[in-house]
Design a protein around this ligand. Structure first.
Ligand SMILES: [Zn+2]
Ligand SMILES: [Zn+2]
Length: 302
């Protein structure tokens, strides 16, 4: 069988073909090829048809993924996802981001607000001016980075440009933060990602919070419950709303799947960004109504 692919590399489209034996066994798998796998077509018996991803088994997909990555690596040198300069293998971070851009990631220094986790400029109080006026339902939130500059750009690529593999690199910032500030992971029973609504998940094909959760949980040997929370509504994107509207937009937006898994547990709720805290707060309220004991929030940036 001959496969013909169209690849998009840095905005340019290229075609190539690959001869391979593909089994017709049915096995659902998600495709994650770097750079973006745009389209696969098969030509057998002189006919052309679009490949059904579900008919490729995992072995075939791994072979295909390796082949495509090698093919692209040979033809196209890797560039930094943030500044687009050519990467020097030894100093780059996971062959994705140059050392210069990684250095530019703005970390949140202590002291931290005891509620939202932002850096406190006025260290006389232990809570920021925003949190004094709000009722947030989580016990405490933490974020290693400020949501600006390189961090904002990388998160945008991670979520909206199909670069799910960036989750491994970005989760390192969260893991490093947990270790640097001795966050009490020994008391955490479960790691729960903020879920996407199923319609948005279908569109994006991955939940960025779940990818981050998996890496964190694996580092600290914790259990992840990706289905503990469910989004009931496909709410408007929070960024389009005024701060006061964000809390109303997410109210009643989650349900907890199984109370017996959550009851009495200390939970680390994970998401990519915390802005007003409305989404995390509503998710924490839902978990507490289902019996959760303590809910900490960890986001990559705030
Ligand atoms: Zn760079
Ligand atoms: Zn605060």
């Amino acid at each position: 069988m001959t496969l013909r692919f169209r690849l998009s590399v840095n905005g340019e489209r290229h075609s190539t073909t690959l001869r391979t034996a593909l089994s017709e066994r049915t096995h659902s798998t998600s495709l994650s090829v770097r750079p973006e796998f745009i389209e696969g077509r098969s030509e057998s018996n002189g006919r052309s048809r679009t490949i059904d991803k579900s008919c490729l088994n995992c072995y075939d997909m791994n072979m295909l993924r390796k082949f495509l990555n090698t093919f692209v690596d040979i033809l196209y040198p890797k560039i930094c996802l943030a500044c687009k300069t050519k990467l020097k293998n030894k100093s780059s971070i996971d062959n994705l981001v140059c050392a210069g851009c990684w250095e530019k990631i703005k970390r949140n220094p202590p002291p931290f607000c005891c509620s939202c986790g932002r850096h406190l400029r006025n260290s006389i109080k232990n809570i920021c001016a925003d949190c004094v006026r709000k009722q947030l339902h989580f016990d405490r939130a933490f974020s290693p980075c400020a949501y600006e500059g390189v961090t904002k750009e990388l998160i945008h690529m991670f979520k909206y440009k199909d670069k799910d593999y960036l989750g491994f690199t970005l989760s390192k910032l969260m893991i490093e933060f947990i270790k640097d500030y001795n966050l009490p992971m020994e008391f955490v029973d479960l790691v729960i990602p903020i879920p996407l609504h199923k319609a948005r998940l279908r569109e994006r094909e991955f939940n960025q919070a779940e990818i981050l959760s998996n890496h964190i949980a694996s580092e600290f040997n914790k259990r992840v419950l990706p289905d503990a929370l469910m989004r009931l509504r496909n709410t408007k994107t929070q960024t389009e709303l005024e701060i006061s509207e964000r809390f109303a937009n997410v109210q009643g937006g989650f349900s907890a799947a199984k109370n017996e898994d959550i009851k009495g547990k200390n939970i680390l709720l994970v998401d990519d960004v915390l802005t007003t805290g409305a989404t995390s707060s509503e998710a924490a309220r839902t978990l507490k109504n289902a019996g959760a004991h303590i809910v900490f929030v960890l986001t990559l940036a705030n």
